[in-house]
Design a protein around this ligand. Structure first.
Ligand code: COA
Ligand code: AMP
Length: 629
């Protein structure tokens, strides 16, 4: 159904004053199996539950409903894989067929509505097909980014209690084969929860060893499967779990529902990005991250667009023109990427000579997220592209943009350094540490007044207490984003950085607490701190500060190499842990808390002062020397 287009101010006001009326109108865009009569309710934990009595199926809406609307022949998904020299266009009809068959395969393996399925795959069509097949059955997918090590995979298998793992024989990192199956085997050996079956896509680049009984060859298992129909589920039924870094070593499973998510995804495609059915939308991310879930898979398909699945890097596959080549080849209208990707391109091609080789006439704008869009990158893109380059801010937890410059309402003037204005549905408030609102221009904790809009997390998998404790308790009536920033007089939001120990490495969110656990397990380490330090390419890089156990005389270089290897084995290469410094002491408060903020300020060359709570100020001189060396 078509929904009348309003202007930004009208929608923003309506969504704030009467969220029920605003979201009821947005929900009319979907073809529900059973239209919701109630718009907003509370679940048993008192958290917002959107469209509680509606029923639908997100995969059906993304595929069957598009075919029924006459888009069967249109390309739904383009797979572009420079690392394997492959390209494939998959129409909506064909994608529906392949998803239904994959759902049939899962059903024959005993997967039922509500069961959890782990997907650990590189950027191949089977990853998208697997996600949609789970959704079709009402099963809950849990995609794990391919760069994570076996231990991370095992933790997710256990937490989700997943019975099935879908994987591939390998991923390809530029020109290096990363064998996935040994990592899966190690994870299955470590996990306490037994996995019944592991289905493996055997890629021509590398054959995985399969263990009879447990492991199945994807093509063989699929060949015998009968297509499965979409299962009608309640709007509140979980669609997926996506694990993200928290401040502890244990990642948290963000849960998203079918109903609110579908409404929000569709709304965002029109309102935030200004997309229409048939447009080509490219989110240059990975299905293992929230950007991939929302904007490679669900939102573009729900909106009848063509989405691109790119198995490559911004550089080296084969050169710094890769992004421009893809945009030109498929007439991409909107490109969404992380700033770090453009820093990598700029480093290799500072004059943007590659860009001039391609016809980019279809490209209307670029949206960036995942980390702060630093002004030099914005300026470079702006100068060379001569198109709107737009920063927008969101999190795994929200699933779609909290603040943006919304093309669907007509772009507002762009203010470099700002992530734009709050999207209708989000009530952004800046609060001081005591929970009092601060004036425009003053920095504080960025919070969202409850209720959160549809599409945001409905909880943390199996851990409602962690949802409440981590996000809702510090500022009653608000969701605490974990970011600090300010709103200016015109309502533009500026996001300045995290208030907790999460760092952002090449657009990847990582927990320093988890890295500290790994470093702390080394026999020579008495105690340690990991902080993020600025990096011109990746935004931030982790740095370890280590105090040795009495009697240990390991050399710094040797320790550094061993710690690097431990982090790679335990968390994964994506952590980019390179450097550790041995120090005499770490600065602590009198209650024994490490003063990480002071360490971060020292390491990034910012002004810092001796904290009044410090126990032993004498240790700061040594640290400053080491950190500035
Ligand atoms: N599977 C296995 N290994 C992976 C992997 C995957 N899916 N993704 C990354 N890795 C490995 C890399 O091979 C690399 O290993 P190495 O240390 O042995 O070389 C390591 O993890 C670090 O990867 P990365 O940070 O990607 O570094 P890079 O030098 O290969 O590439 C960039 C640098 C900037 C080009 C790249 O980080 C990039 O494209 N970033 C954009 C990220 C993004 O889109 N984020 C989405 C959030 S919106
Ligand atoms: P993730 O959950 O991996 O998407 O990471 C979310 C975090 O990345 C946010 O809480 C911010 O700290 C950071 N982030 C994402 N987008 C932006 C942005 N546009 N500006 C500043 N920080 C951002």
């Amino acid at each position: 159904m078509s929904v009348a287009r309003c202007d930004y101010n009208t929608d923003q006001r309506l969504a704030e004053q009467d969220p029920v009326a605003f979201w009821a109108r947005q929900a009319q865009r979907l073809t529900w199996f059973k239209e919701p009569q109630r718009v907003l309710d509370q679940d048993q934990h008192g958290h917002a539950q959107w469209f509680p009595d509606g029923t639908l199926n997100t995969a059906w809406l993304a595929l069957d409903a598009q075919v029924a609307a006459g888009r069967g022949e249109q390309t739904a998904l383009i797979w572009d894989s420079p690392v394997t020299a492959n390209k494939e266009r998959i129409s909506y009809t064909e994608l529906t067929r392949r998803v239904a068959q994959c759902a049939g395969m899962l059903r024959e393996l005993g997967v039922e509505c509500g069961d959890r399925v782990i997907i650990y795959m590189p950027m191949i069509p089977e990853a998208v097909i697997s996600m949609l097949a789970c959704a079709r059955l009402g099963a809950v997918h849990c995609v794990v980014f391919g760069g994570f090590a076996a231990h991370e995979l095992a933790m997710r298998i256990d937490d989700a209690e997943a019975d099935i793992v879908l994987t591939a024989s390998c991923g390809i990192e530029v020109d290096r084969i990363v064998a996935y199956k040994p990592l899966v085997d190690a994870a299955l050996a470590e996990a306490r929860h037994p996995v019944r079956h592991c289905v493996v896509v055997q890629r021509p680049q590398h054959q995985a060893e399969l263990y009879a009984g447990r492991d199945l060859d994807w093509r063989r298992a699929l060949a015998n499967a009968l297509p499965a129909a979409a299962v009608e589920v309640a709007a509140s039924h979980p669609l997926y779990i996506l694990y993200t870094s928290g401040t502890t070593g244990k990642p948290k499973g963000v849960v998203r529902d079918h109903g609110g998510h579908a409404v929000a995804m569709l709304c965002s495609m029109y309102a935030v990005y200004g997309m229409q059915p048939g447009d080509v939308f490219w989110a240059a991310s990975d299905v293992g991250w929230v950007v991939g879930h929302s904007y490679i898979v669900y939102a573009p398909l729900l909106a009848g667009c063509t989405s691109i699945l790119y198995e490559g890097k911004p550089v080296r596959t084969p050169d710094a023109g890769a992004f421009w080549r893809v945009c030109a080849e498929y007439q991409v209208k909107l490109l969404f990427a992380a700033p770090t990707a453009f820093r990598a391109i700029r480093k290799e091609d500072p004059q943007a000579e590659q860009l001039t080789k391609y016809d980019l006439s279809s490209l209307e704008r670029i949206y960036l997220a995942g980390e702060r869009l630093d002004p030099p990158t914005w300026e470079w893109l702006n100068e060379h592209l001569q198109r709107p380059v737009i920063d927008h801010w969101w999190q795994t937890e929200t699933g779609w943009a909290i603040a943006a410059n919304p093309a669907g309402y007509g772009l507002k003037p762009i203010r470099p350094g700002s992530a734009g204005v709050p999207m209708p549905g989000y009530q952004v408030r800046i609060l001081d540490d005591d929970g009092a609102p601060v004036d425009a221009g003053q920095q504080g904790n960025i919070c969202l007044q409850l209720p959160l809009p549809p599409g945001c997390l409905s909880g943390i998998w199996g851990n409602p207490e962690r949802f409440a404790a981590g996000y809702l308790q510090q500022f009653p009536g608000h969701y605490q984003s974990g970011d600090a920033g300010y709103l200016d007089e015109q309502g533009y939001l500026y996001v300045m950085g995290r208030t907790d120990d999460i760092i952002n490495v090449a657009g990847h969110r990582l927990s320093t607490g988890e890295m500290e656990e790994v470093l702390g397990s080394h026999p020579a380490v008495a105690e340690c701190a990991v902080i993020g330090v600025p990096d011109s390419l990746k935004g931030e890089l982790p740095l370890g500060l280590v105090v040795l156990r009495n009697g240990s005389n390991i050399a710094e270089e040797q320790l550094c190499a061993e710690l690097r290897e431990r982090i790679r084995q335990r968390i994964g290469a994506l952590a980019c842990f390179q450097k550790a410094l041995i120090v005499e002491r770490l600065p602590k408060t009198r209650s024994g808390k490490i003063l990480r903020r002071t360490l971060r300020q020292m390491a990034s060359g910012q002004d810092w002062s001796v904290p009044s709570t410090i126990e032993d100020p004498g240790c700061l001189d040594e640290l400053q020397q080491r950190l500035s060396a």
